[in-house]
Design a protein around this ligand. Structure first.
Ligand code: TYM
Length: 332
């Protein structure tokens, strides 16, 4: 079985619809066909200030949501990044192979540090993509299911894997991004030219999966579209309508063409009302399931402990090979 690996940050509150459609949904599908490793990236989370108690709660909340979304600990390895110390260890080696200029070109770092003010950004935020490189290479992943905003980090991973292999001999699998065209980028419902994002979207443009379903339905119904009236898929001219069609298509499994045919002669209101129902149908059981996992933290923690053990077995082996290739003296 080919291997996949991916990660998600433990954000406050809940995941948003972009996280789910852009990434987590693919994780659920890939556990059936791939040897799958998925993690909650708490080491990445502390690149910006975190309240310790909240971080711990959000890490459990993230794991609960991943299980609620359909990850099955019998079919995949689900773990917390900080439980596997090899991530930080390999990241150091990768830091020492990355050019300063190369790291400076990471657009997500540039965006985030610009927002925070350069003086307030940490060195951790700067080397964040290099920790991600280590995450992926430790598991010899063939594919990395993510949204479009992570593509550059996967490119960096490929570059560093090739660089390490060329310098020290074949060690790492060079991974490919796994990005589905239709859901690569889910847009803000109020500004359909901007990515849906926890930090940038206005509350009305952001669908949080754990919000009150009624509030969610309202947000969908008040999504920004355009002054035209025809329902067709045209991301350039009609970004709002196209975003709604992409979301509907993915949640229902109906192709965009079939949806467009079905809405011929209908108004935007019909599309929005239907989509609101579809989203509510998805989030309602998702909330219940998430709460069930949260109500049983012992089970949750034991799933994560088992996951960490499985992950560590793989990560330790890769790290040992990398340390050996680099020329570190064995400890025994
Ligand atoms: P994070 O936590 O920001 O996002 C988790 C996943 O959600 C995707 N995503 C979106 N997809 C489509 N449309 C959107 N509007 C949207 N917003 C978010 C992201 O692309 C991502 O796949 N650095 C990563 C976490 C990470 C990781 C890794 C990923 C750490 N190590 C190793 C893969 C492999 C991040 O911050 O994702």
């Amino acid at each position: 079985r080919p291997r996949v690996l991916s990660g998600i940050q433990p954000t406050a509150g809940s995941f948003h619809l972009g996280n789910y459609l852009g990434a987590v949904r693919q994780w659920v599908a890939l556990q059936e066909t791939h040897d799958a490793f998925y993690m909650v990236v708490d080491l990445h989370a502390i690149t910006v200030p975190q309240d310790p108690a909240e971080l711990r709660a959000n890490t459990r909340l993230a794991a609960a949501q991943l299980l609620a979304a359909g990850l099955d600990p019998e079919r995949c390895t689900l773990f917390v990044q900080s439980h596997v110390p090899e991530h930080a260890q390999l990241a150091w080696v990768m830091n020492c192979l990355t050019g300063f200029g190369e790291a400076s070109r990471m657009t997500q770092f540039k965006d985030k540090s610009a927002k925070q003010g350069a003086d307030r950004s940490t060195v951790g935020l700067f080397t964040y993509p290099i920790l991600q490189v280590a995450d992926i290479l430790l598991y010899q992943a063939h594919q990395v299911p993510v949204g479009e905003d992570q593509r550059q980090h996967i490119e960096l991973t490929r570059d560093l894997a090739e660089r390490f292999n060329a310098r020290f001999g074949d060690t790492f699998t060079v991974p490919a991004p796994y990005i589905l065209k239709e859901t690569a980028k889910i847009y803000d419902l109020q500004d359909p030219t901007a990515k849906m994002s926890k930090s940038a979207s206005t509350p009305k443009g952001l669908i949080n999966l754990l919000d009150e379903p009624k509030a969610t339905a309202k947000k969908v119904k008040s999504a920004v579209t355009d002054t035209d009236t025809v329902i067709r898929f045209d991301p350039e001219e009609k970004p709002g309508v196209s975003n709604l069609l992409s979301i509907m298509s993915t949640l229902t499994g109906t192709s965009v063409e079939d949806l467009v045919r079905g809405y011929e002669g209908k108004m935007y209101g019909a599309l929005k009302t239907d989509l609101a129902d579809i989203v509510v149908e998805f989030v309602t059981p998702f909330r219940t399931r998430t709460q069930e996992y949260l109500d049983d933290p012992e089970t949750l923690d034991s799933i994560l402990a088992k996951g960490a053990e499985k992950a560590r077995a793989v990560a330790a082996e890769t790290l040992a090979q990398a340390y050996d290739k680099v020329g570190f003296l064995p400890a025994k």
